[in-house]
Design a protein. Structure first.
Length: 41
């Protein structure tokens, strides 16, 4: 019954989508304090 409502796929079946990615730790806490006022957030 699960297959009737939720398709099951393997991660290998999903194509990679180019674009921005989340990189934890890429910007340090100190750097984020500098960038946030510039962004106006």
């Amino acid at each position: 019954m699960n297959a009737l409502f939720y398709p099951t796929i393997d991660p290998g079946e999903v194509p990679a989508i180019p674009g921005p990615r989340y990189l934890p730790g890429y910007v340090t806490e100190g750097e984020s304090q500098v960038y946030v006022p510039v962004a106006g957030l």
